[in-house]
Design a protein around this ligand. Structure first.
Ligand code: ZN
Length: 314
């Protein structure tokens, strides 16, 4: 049996790479600049070149590598086909097949980045010890990854786990990036929370420490003010979190996970945020006598490389 596996998390700006033992210990990690020009044709060759150098540096032979997992920021079909990936300039490509050719036949697999991040959190992160987890990333947008019985639920069209675009809010009239209105992402992303705070500040004269930040106000400030007991900030966060919890309740009635793992920049608000989510979640799931745990993600930006590496171990 091989002792090592490799995770390659391909982002629009950089490609994060990690060399792991098959037990999930990170040996080394490095980054490669994502060259998106010319239809992204240099991306995989650049990654392969850097990877070959790293394997030789750590004296790891090709036949001691169980595989290389590739995480892609876009839909991936079950056979690994990527019809289009706007963030990388890719069109009509089987990234794993191309990578295998570049890496002298080492087995490669491709997954969607949010889904593989969930797999990483299940392997050695916040969801460790569980088989069925839903990972939610609250960042600029809201991403999701669903794993049931150890398997990623990618769906027939690559839309499985797109919890950020579930419609949960009827009184939202602005449009989401997806073209819809009232998505979880519009309420519970960092962008969404900040927007809600600004709306609330505009409609009241109530004093609020959020006003001290002026135009510089960030989602983090909103969370900090709420923690300190600021009324308008608390109201804001309660509204946003209630919509997120509604989304989690819907997911629960479809896949009934053991645990929700909450990550992304917004999750830096910590246990305060988790407790707030759990309160609304309980209200929306009376049928669930035994509630899933709601926990913080622990791998941060490395969840992707862990998950990509784990992808090749099945
Ligand atoms: Zn949307």
């Amino acid at each position: 049996m091989s002792n090592y596996c490799v995770g390659v998390d391909i982002g629009g700006t950089t490609v994060k790479c990690g060399l792991f033992t098959v037990k999930g210990e990170l040996i080394d990690k490095w980054e490669v600049v994502t060259r998106k020009e010319d239809g992204g044709k240099n991306i995989l060759p650049d990654v392969a070149e850097a990877l070959k150098a790293k394997l030789s540096e750590h004296q790891v032979a090709n036949d001691d590598v169980a595989g290389i997992g590739l995480g892609v920021p876009g839909p991936v079909e079950p056979d690994g086909y990527v019809s289009v990936c706007v963030n990388l300039g890719w069109k009509d490509i089987y990234p794993a097949k191309d990578m295998e050719a570049l890496m002298d036949g080492i087995t490669c697999k491709t997954g969607n980045d949010a889904n593989v991040a969930a797999l990483g959190e299940m392997w050695v992160g916040g969801g460790i010890g569980h088989n069925s987890i839903v990972a939610i990333t609250l960042g600029t947008g809201v991403g999701g990854g669903i794993i049931v019985d150890g398997k990623i639920v990618a769906g027939a069209h690559g839309l499985g786990g797109e919890v950020g675009h579930m419609h949960v809010r009827d009184d939202e009239h602005e449009f989401c990036n997806c073209g819809g209105q009232g998505c979880v992402e519009q309420a519970a992303s960092a962008t969404g929370i900040l927007r809600e705070a600004k709306r609330n500040l505009a409609k009241t004269d109530e004093p609020s420490s959020m006003r001290d930040f002026g135009e510089e106000l960030t989602c983090r400030d909103v969370c900090d003010c709420a923690k300190a007991g600021d009324k308008v900030a608390l109201e804001t966060l309660n509204t946003c979190v209630s919509y997120l919890a509604k989304g989690l309740a819907l997911v629960t009635y479809v896949v009934d996970p053991e645990v929700f793992v909450i990550g992304g920049g917004v999750s830096k608000a910590g246990q305060f945020l988790i407790d707030l989510i759990a309160g609304y979640f309980a209200e929306y799931t009376p049928l669930a006598k035994k509630k899933p745990d709601i926990v913080l993600a622990t791998l941060g930006n490395d969840a992707g490389i862990y998950g990509c590496a784990r992808l090749v171990l099945d």
